[in-house]
Design a protein. Structure first.
Lengths: 354, 334
């Protein structure tokens, strides 16, 4: 019963998603089996460092990855007009995915300067989506676009409508990009590092705007970032990604209060909190992210982990295990040995001081 | 501040750029002093002139007005803005820069070894090769580069490793002052922590003085002894780090602090919104530059520019109402 209610509540379910990239050195599996779901009206934060596959995951949802990439697994989206469909089974250039892409699921990209074409006016570019998905009537379409531009806080929208991207500041352009994403009233908004390129004051404005609009439009957000500060401000739930896998997922409160995975602990520890006593050193995770080509067996984090258990972590692949209500971790040091008890169950607490 | 030697004394620096007949005031009347071994953080939004200020100090730009007094290692005080290029060269060794983007600040056609060697060649052309090699090896090891990779090209390194190359290049001349212009902004958080720790260790070892320019306030709070806040080319507040973050006295600092994302969902500050956008520096507002966006603005602020003065020991502010306002900052644990 409960399961079914939850089913109805989820808007998108990603199951065992893998993304392979063809390179000169062979096939690189950049996303290695990712599972998550997003419920209605919820914001899920996908956190990880560059190269962990978070952008590939989001682009796989829209089917806009590069030709060199191929995705496997299931992405079940509760689409209007199609019902629950696996987006990966749709033809990438077919009508069905096009009725979803840009309308029901839309995306905000990282760099607003790059996301807009410099050759067309802002109004023209926002209109493109409206004309394609909502109405063929140009006058009506302009009205809708102007309405959304006002909604995202672009002052003087009528004048701004006919301006080109270079006449906008970074913050204003990001607002225009949000307007473009929201103009078709999407059910799911994917925001790929939407504020990374912006100043803190503008960033705070944009984040607040997104929260407000989320309330108004009732949409769900997949918020992709590497900045834990914005995660704390924006997200209901958080999934931490490392090397193409989700290593921990929990509610935002839980992730910050009770992180389990050594990588999550490291990430949180390496951000300095203003007002705390100056530690001698910032906690840092040693080493760098290994290349996803020819990965050794076992946990991807093994080389950099402070709590690794030899003979276990480098031999078996950890999977997500429930450790609390709405809290899953893929780590043997936290959840116990796959062979049963040999490694002494739960790992040490408080990874910060190790 | 007894016993500490002053190393930099920046006096009334102005930097104006002329573009198509329009005069853009990038830096207007900035003054501050830096003691030896200190880290000074400079924060502000993009376009506020913090990079220009850094470049004026290393004299990559010739300031339009003002003086940069530098007390050299030999105890002599020189005025960077007055000396001729030949003498300047002698002092350039002592003041180096680490750049923002680890991708574009390294020449892709030079090996790492050559990149680190270049400053030595320029400054000590007669140094014997063996000694040069030794210095390059030492510094590479010190910043955590694998010395067997020195013959590789920058593309073979990750962002964090490249930033280490940039640091090695700056350190190879044994400088006394390093200007770090957004040096960790382009890095991932875990790598950022590594590089910050490295900068910290190097500072202790070589008694370095840092001028740390960044828009990331938590990094600045962590690394700096004193912090300066810039707005539209002016220094609006300058104070010891803890004072500035716990008791800001300029309204701009207050709203900047309130916008900092805190990595703790239970501890979110109430944001003090800034209305509108940064005015055009080619056509700055009258009076206090900040008055168009300030929520405490009064008639006086629109008419006269506030004086930049020391209200408490070491705490400089440019605001008419600094004394009467009670502004909110971060709460400190102790």
């Amino acid at each position: 019963m409960e399961n079914e209610a939850r089913q109805n509540d989820t808007i998108i379910q990603v199951k065992d998603l893998k993304v392979n990239i063809k390179t000169d050195d062979g096939i690189l599996t950049a996303v290695r089996g990712v599972d998550f779901e997003i419920r209605k009206g919820e914001t899920l934060g996908l956190v990880g460092e560059s190269g962990c596959g978070k952008s590939l995951t989001s682009k796989a949802i829209l089917g806009i990855n590069d030709k060199k990439c191929s995705a496997e697994g299931e992405i079940i989206f509760d689409a209007d007009g199609l019902g629950r469909t696996d987006l990966l089974k749709l033809k990438p250039r077919g009508d069905e995915i096009r009725s979803v892409r840009g309308k029901q699921i839309s995306m905000i990209f990282q760099e607003p300067m790059v996301a807009f074409s410099p050759m067309y006016t802002i109004g023209n570019q926002i209109n493109e989506a409206t004309l394609l998905h909502i109405t063929k009537d140009k006058k009506k379409s302009k009205e809708i676009s102007l309405g959304v531009m006002k909604k995202v806080g672009i002052a003087n929208a009528e004048k701004r409508y006919d301006q080109y991207p270079h006449e906008f500041s970074g913050g204003m352009l990001q607002r225009a990009l949000i307007a473009m994403a929201l103009v078709c009233n999407p059910k799911l908004l994917i925001a790929d590092e939407p504020t990374t390129a912006l100043d803190v004051t503008i960033q705070a404005q944009i984040l607040e705007l997104m929260k407000e609009l989320q309330k108004d439009f009732g949409m769900s957000i997949l918020f992709i970032t590497h900045d834990l500060g914005t995660v704390a401000r924006m997200c209901d739930r958080v999934a931490v990604m490392y090397l193409g896998r989700i290593v921990e997922s929990a509610t935002a409160l839980e992730i910050f209060k009770n992180p389990q995975h050594p990588y999550t602990k490291g990430l949180i520890g390496s951000v300095h909190k203003i007002g705390t006593k100056n530690q001698e050193k910032l906690f840092s995770i040693e080493g760098t992210v290994p290349l996803a080509l020819n990965l050794p067996a076992g946990c991807g984090f093994y080389e950099r982990c402070t709590q690794r258990i030899e003979g276990v972590c480098n031999a078996y692949d950890p999977t997500l295990v429930q450790v609390g209500e709405d809290h899953q971790v893929a780590c043997f040091a936290c959840t116990g040995c796959p062979k049963g008890g040999a490694c002494g169950g739960r790992g040490k607490e408080g990874g910060k001081d190790e | 501040m007894s016993g500490k030697k002053q190393i930099l004394d920046v006096q009334h620096i102005h930097m104006r750029f002329n573009s198509k007949g329009v005069c853009v005031r990038a830096v207007t009347d900035v003054s501050f002093t830096v003691d030896e071994g200190e880290t000074i953080g400079i924060v502000g939004e993009s376009g506020c002139g913090k990079t220009t200020l850094g470049r004026c100090i290393v004299r990559a730009y010739e300031p339009s007005e003002g003086e940069v007094l530098y007390t050299a290692g030999d105890g002599e005080t020189v005025n960077f803005t007055k000396i001729d290029p030949k003498t300047m060269k002698k002092y350039r060794k002592e003041i180096q820069m680490i750049f923002q983007d680890p991708y574009s600040s390294l020449d892709p056609r030079m090996t790492v070894y050559d990149i680190i060697k270049e400053p030595l060649l320029a400054n000590f052309p007669k140094m014997p090769k063996a000694e040069m090699d030794q210095r390059i090896m030492d510094i590479a090891a010190k910043v955590g580069l694998n010395t067997s990779y020195l013959m590789r090209y920058p593309h073979a390194f990750s962002g964090g490793q490249r930033q280490r190359i940039g640091i090695a290049r700056a350190l190879v001349l044994n400088p006394r002052v390093i200007v770090c212009d957004e040096s960790v902004s382009a890095l991932d958080v875990s790598i950022q922590a590594q590089v910050i720790n490295l900068l910290h260790d190097l500072q202790k070892e070589f008694a370095l003085t840092y001028l740390f320019i960044s828009h990331d306030l938590s990094v600045v709070e962590y690394i700096s002894d004193k912090v300066g806040v810039m707005y539209l080319g002016k220094l609006v507040e300058y104070a010891p780090t803890k004072d500035l973050f716990s008791r800001p006295m300029h309204p701009y600092t207050e709203s900047l602090l309130s916008a900092v994302p805190v990595a703790d969902p239970t501890q979110q500050m109430e944001r003090i919104p800034l209305e509108g956008e940064i005015p055009n520096p080619a056509n700055p507002p009258t009076g206090c530059y900040f008055h168009t966006r300030c929520r405490y603005c009064k008639q006086q602020c629109k008419e006269t520019a506030p004086e930049y003065k020391e209200l408490e020991p070491g705490h400089f502010i440019a605001c008419h109402r600094a004394e009467e306002l009670k502004l909110k900052g971060f709460q400190y644990d102790d």
